[in-house]
Write a protein that binds this ligand. Structure first.
Ligand code: FES
Length: 107
C-alpha cells in the first residue's frame, strides 16, 4: 500500500494511504486542504503540488497535464498536478502544497 505525506498550507504534516487514487483525491479524503477549481479535469492548475520525495517513481505526466502545469505559479522541477497524478500502489511520496496556490491567495 502506498503512502503520501502531505505538508499542508498551515504547516501541518499528515501521512495517509494513497490506495490507487490521485494525489488530489487522497488529500481530500484525508481532509487536507488542496485547491481544485476545475474539479479535477486538468483545466486549471490550481491543484499544483511539489513532490519532495518519490517524484521519479511517478507515472509520467500526460501532454495535457504538462500544458496546464506550465500555467501554475512557482513551478518547480518536481511539480505535478495533484488531480492528474496517481501514484503506483507501493509508492511513498512526500508532497508539499505551495503557498502561492492561486485561489487561496489573500488579496
Ligand atoms: S483541479 Fe484543475 S487541474 Fe487539477
Amino acid at each position: 500500500m502506498g503512502k503520501i505525506i502531505f505538508h499542508a498550507l498551515d504547516g501541518s504534516c499528515i501521512e495517509v494511504e494513497s490506495a490507487g487514487r490521485s494525489i488530489l483525491d487522497t488529500a481530500l479524503a484525508a481532509g487536507v486542504e488542496l485547491d481544485h477549481a476545475c474539479g479535477g479535469v486538468c483545466a486549471c492548475a490550481t491543484c499544483h503540488v511539489i513532490i519532495e520525495q518519490g517524484f521519479d517513481l511517478l507515472p509520467l505526466p500526460s501532454e495535457e497535464e504538462e500544458d496546464q502545469l506550465e500555467k501554475a505559479p512557482g513551478l518547480a522541477p518536481t511539480s505535478r498536478l495533484a488531480c492528474q497524478t496517481i501514484p503506483l500502489h507501493d509508492t511513498r511520496l512526500e508532497v508539499r502544497i505551495p503557498r502561492w496556490n492561486r485561489n487561496l491567495a489573500h488579496e
